[in-house]
Design a protein around this ligand. Structure first.
Ligand code: FAD
Ligand code: NAD
Length: 456
């Protein structure tokens, strides 16, 4: 580790998440002196408070759903989730991360500081009592739950709180109809809670295909999730151990008494504490304003990557990695690397899973291209029938002029795999004919792909 008296570094990194760690370690490997700062236990959101612990819980919920689908078709046992065992299992994935991340920094000779960083000048960072100067500075401070302007908002539990719940409340409400609420609502419902999902308009999961979202909502309603669309939460109060949520659902009063109200209503770039003005760093509500090389448009010594960057990339882990790799290349070679966002896949880890890559049908229609839309209910197809899946759909959008694949949208147990096949094809320019001509093992999810790609 570098001496604690050192105050100048070739690079100062703010944030130890996917983006920050990647740039810090790569630059250090090339001999740069690097400092990294974070106020929270090192390791960032995805591994400790996001994707990874979430998927451990979702994986168990998936087993329950899968066995229910085959009940009476060979499966007899009534499966059930034990929340505290599941949480203990989840903890095994996250508990070592802060220490192992810190150890990694130590071994690499990266100077690390626990604390909240802020700019004091264009190349100066204050953290606690220390002031550090950086040849270059990377802002990789991620995102945080948006402020909702609801009376009693301080009573909301955020996503990290849900992932740490020691006991699952019997009744639980989620505000927002996006990724977090859908994924957590599914887990909570499979674990036996009464679940309410409150969304402020009639389009939950607004960036996904509406036909497939409708089918997912139908599937979750059958599981017992209560959807409150076009609903405005007005007030949250506490009454003993319970929380009272008062809302207007399509003009009518809604009152819910629940054990927890979870914030799933959007995340915003984490910039409020950075004093960006002192650093001469421009930002807006999308995050730090960067050019195509991820460099601040107002301070050439500053870069941003991941959820905090105001780039066109979605706030997802693979994008944090992609942007970090571009920043590293530009720092090390003073080069001109721009992240290639072509075909960014995204999955909502419910069961069935909902996945998407490329254009939606509406975007493809607006593009003026000559398109073919292949929409299939696949629930009767062998792959899904043998697993007793009632909700299985795919929509693939093709460009008739050159046979290229413009978008793919899938709802079923294999959506995470199918979307990756489409992503490979779209990112590397394979046409529908070429993807359809690929040999996939039979019988597998891949062997269905050819039937989704008909151009005539
Ligand atoms: C519940 C949940 C589930 C998710 N699931 C998925 C998923 O399944 N798939 C997927 O692709 N994405 C998922 N995401 C999104 C994914 O976690 C993020 O896109 C990714 O973690 C962003 O990485 P990052 O490095 O930009 O930021 P982060 O990992 O958030 O790291 C930012 C770090 O900066 C630190 N920081 C903040 N302020 C300061 C400061 N002033 N000074 C120094 N450090 C600071 C923070 O403490 C944090 O550790 C999920 C997110 C959530 C919340
Ligand atoms: N599987 C994944 O990849 C995954 C999972 C979780 C989170 N994430 C990332 O985290 C980000 C944040 O997730 P999220 O689910 O909080 O946000 P989101 O942007 O996906 O959805 C939030 C929804 O809440 C609604 N909303 C906003 N204010 C509301 C209010 N007062 N009442 C009711 N509804 C309201 C909005 O209309 C919006 O559709 C995502 O954009 C995503 O990038 C990804």
């Amino acid at each position: 580790m570098t001496s604690s008296s050192q105050t100048h570094f070739d690079l100062i990194v703010l944030g130890t998440g996917s983006a920050g760690q990647s740039v810090a370690t790569s630059c250090r490997e090339k001999g740069w002196s690097v400092a990294i700062i974070d106020p929270l236990p090192f390791g960032g959101t995805c591994s400790q408070r996001g994707c990874d612990p979430k998927r451990v819980l979702a994986g168990a919920a998936e087993i329950i759903a899968r066995s229910r689908n085959l009940k009476g078709k060979g499966i007899v046992s009534e499966n059930a989730l034990d929340w505290s065992d599941l949480m203990a299992f989840k903890t095994t994935f996250v508990e070592d991360i802060p220490e192992s991340t810190e150890e990694k920094f130590k071994e690499a000779g990266i100077h690390y500081v626990h604390g909240t960083a802020s700019f004091t000048d264009t190349n100066k960072i204050q953290v606690g009592e220390q002031e550090l100067t950086g040849g270059k500075i990377l802002i990789a401070t991620g995102a945080k739950p948006a402020t909702l302007d609801i009376e009693g908002e301080e009573l909301l539990m955020n996503s990290a709180g849900f992932l740490d719940l020691e006991k699952l409340p019997e009744k639980i409400a989620f505000i927002g109809g996006g990724y977090i609420s859908f994924e957590f609502a599914h887990i909570a419902a499979e674990a036996g809670a009464e679940v309410h999902l409150i969304h402020n308009n009639d389009k939950p999961l607004k960036n996904f295909d509406p036909d497939l979202v409708e089918a997912l909502v139908d599937s979750m309603k059958k599981l017992g999730v209560n959807f409150h669309l076009n609903t405005k939460t007005e007030k949250i109060t506490q009454s003993g151990d319970l929380f009272v949520l008062e809302a207007k659902e399509e003009g009518k009063s809604l009152r819910l008494e629940v054990g927890a109200v979870i914030h799933g209503a959007g995340r915003v770039p984490n910039i409020d504490e950075l004093d960006l003005e002192k650093g001469g760093v421009e930002a807006d509500k999308k995050g730090v304003t960067v050019n195509e090389q991820m460099r601040s448009v107002s301070n050439p010594g500053v870069y941003a990557a991941g959820d905090v960057s105001g780039s066109p990339g979605l706030p997802l882990t693979p994008i944090a990695g992609l942007e970090a790799r571009a920043v590293t290349a530009n720092l090390l070679n003073e080069g001109n690397k721009t992240p290639n966002y072509t075909a960014t896949p995204s999955v909502v880890f419910t069961y069935p899973m909902l996945a998407s890559v490329g254009m939606t049908e509406a975007q493809a229609k607006d593009s003026g291209k000559d398109i073919k839309v292949n929409l299939f209910d696949m629930s009767g197809w062998y792959t899904y029938k043998r697993m007793g899946e009632k909700h299985s759909m795919a929509k693939v959008i093709l460009d008739k002029s050159d046979g290229s694949i413009l978008g793919a949208h899938v709802l079923n147990s294999n959506a995470e795999h199918l979307i990756n096949y489409f992503t490979i094809a779209m990112r590397h320019g394979l046409t529908a004919e070429q993807l359809g001509d690929t040999l996939f093992a039979y019988p597998s999810d891949g062997s269905d792909v050819q039937y989704l790609l008909e151009l005539e």
